[in-house]
Design a protein around this ligand. Structure first.
Ligand SMILES: [Zn+2]
Length: 98
């Protein structure tokens, strides 16, 4: 099993360390500690595969790539790409309303 997994909870997709006691397996209504430091509680609807529509927690993503030994350059590129995609989506949303 992978050490780090993603789980949607409380409006964001968080990553968590499965080796931390109490984190794994994830159960609805039971809290876990995410890599960003937040303690969050997934509900039954968060456990449905394919229904993860909430955005990723940026802090968890950053912690995860650092823990996965990504280089500074790779991490910078990842967040530059994400920022560019976000800007493009923002433009599209604005284009729709005007
Ligand atoms: Zn998080």
């Amino acid at each position: 099993m992978q050490r780090y997994l993603w789980q949607q909870a409380e409006g964001l997709r968080h990553a968590y360390d499965t080796t931390i006691a109490g984190n794994h397996p994830i159960r609805g209504g039971h809290e876990f500690t995410a890599l960003c430091g937040q303690t969050v509680t997934p509900q039954a609807g968060d456990l449905v595969e394919g229904a993860w529509l909430d955005p990723e927690c940026e802090t968890c993503l950053r912690q995860l790539v650092v823990a996965s030994n990504w280089s500074e350059g790779e991490i910078e590129r990842l967040f530059a790409i994400r920022a560019a995609v976000e800007a493009e989506q923002q433009e599209k949303r604005q284009g729709m309303v005007s």
